[in-house]
Design a protein around this ligand. Structure first.
Ligand code: SF4
Ligand code: SF4
Length: 411
């Protein structure tokens, strides 16, 4: 609207090259002095430069040719690896260290991922990628024994004695293809976080409650390791993600208070663990945990409703730090969850195909990142609830914008 009022003389045409397919497209930049003052640095921002791709992605509601009636995805979720430095109870992906031999360690090599990601981003207008795993920033040196072929990409040092696993290179290759990226990491490792300070990527650290609750799930000492890693990088912005289970919901307030004043932590997102058919349960405290294996991991509906009451209260206290917004939290309760996810997920935008989830072999996972065992009737993922709340409440949309502003540090 403003464009026609200001007139053509107030536009400059800019040519932007899509990082996805190399195609060049033109778009107008408002050059009226008043608009320039209003927009300020936005014109040079990452968002502005990727606007054509972003708008195409948002508007592309076509049906996937090969997707069984699914819509075209605008985002992807990538299991970069099955390898992980941790071995958490209840890991949705059954990931873990290389030395645990009962798990499937299959994964694409770096070159295979490069080809696959290029193909996907040429087919679809992918706006956002979530890099998960396993540990998506996994890095490890393996000693080669008797010509054993280890999974993944690597290089050989000193006559083939050492095999270097650097899964973060897969993520790095995606940063050149996809405008917005989010790495979900445990941050409890010895190697450094990547030097992606000026890149189009944000970091989300999984924290499962205050120290005792976190360490019960992830192993002793890992709460302190993750916190130390975050504090060691004041040049990066972090957010926390916490999945509530039958125990850790008791630490909602204490956890929030513990992180709210950490200078480079910009928010905490609470979700609720979804039942997964093949998910392991707690191991009876063998890891020093406080959780009763017999009672399991999943938060039953009565406790879930109580947890949500407490989340609403803490969200009101820290509205710009705690996510999701009240409107979405209310939809997560036992009396309203079907408004967002329907029956068996038939209202969920993820199940409909808006996010393409890939396993470590690059194969599509359905219905979402949790895989075929996901019980949509117990869904605690914040995405379908946030999407449904956005349709219902303007204030929630405003909250999402506020949160995204904190959540990213794209140039
Ligand atoms: S850190 Fe994440 S991927 Fe690794 S074992 Fe734990 S839950 Fe699984
Ligand atoms: S588990 Fe939740 S997020 Fe996943 S497809 Fe089902 S309803 Fe959607």
């Amino acid at each position: 609207m403003q464009l026609s009022i200001l007139g053509q003389e107030n536009y400059e045409t800019d040519v932007v090259e899509s990082p996805q397919n190399g195609r060049k497209s033109k778009f107008g930049v408002m050059s009226h002095p008043i608009v320039k003052v209003m927009k300020g640095p936005l014109i040079d921002s990452h968002f502005w430069k990727t606007l054509p791709i972003t708008v195409r992605g948002m508007m592309d509601n076509g049906i996937r040719e090969d997707g069984g009636g699914k819509v075209n995805p605008l985002a992807i979720s990538v299991d970069v690896t099955k390898l992980c430095n941790l071995d958490c109870v209840g890991c949705y992906d059954h990931s873990g260290p290389a030395d645990s031999n009962w798990r499937d360690r299959s994964q694409l090599t770096l070159d295979e991922w490069r080809t696959h990601l290029k193909d996907i981003t040429q087919r679809f207008n992918i706006v956002h990628a979530t890099w998960v795993g396993g540990e998506p920033l996994f890095e490890m040196k393996h000693r080669i024994r008797d010509g054993v072929k280890l999974p993944g990409e690597g290089r050989f040092e000193k006559g083939g004695q050492i095999y270097v696993e650097e899964r973060w290179r897969v993520v790095e290759s995606g940063l050149d293809l996809i405008p917005y990226n989010m790495v979900v990491t445990n941050a409890a490792y010895k190697w450094d976080l990547p030097q992606w300070v000026d890149r189009n990527v944000s970091f989300v650290v999984s924290i499962d409650g205050t120290r005792p609750f976190h360490d019960a799930v992830r192993g002793r000492g890992n709460y302190d390791r993750s916190k130390k890693k975050i504090l060691s990088r004041p040049d990066l912005k972090f957010n926390i993600t916490t999945v509530l289970n039958k125990s850790n919901w008791q630490s909602i307030e204490e956890l929030t208070e513990e992180w709210v004043d950490v200078p480079n932590v910009y928010g905490i997102a609470f979700s609720i663990g979804t039942k997964i058919a093949d998910q392991r349960e707690f191991d009876g405290g063998k890891r020093g945990g406080e959780v009763d294996a017999n009672e399991g991991y999943h938060l039953p509906w009565d406790l879930r409703d109580r947890a949500i009451d407490r989340l609403i209260a803490i969200q009101e206290k820290y509205p710009r730090f705690v996510f999701p917004a009240r409107a979405a939290l209310e939809l997560m309760t036992s009396s309203r969850f079907r408004e967002a996810v329907g029956y068996g997920g038939d209202r969920c935008p993820l199940k409909a195909g808006r996010v393409l989830s890939l396993d470590s072999m690059g194969i599509e996972k359905e219905p979402c990142v949790l895989g075929p065992g996901a019980d949509c009737n117990t869904c605690g993922c914040i995405i379908p609830y946030t999407a449904a709340a956005r349709r219902n409440e303007v204030s929630s949309f405003r909250h999402i914008l506020d949160f995204m502003e904190q959540y990213t540090h794209y140039k």
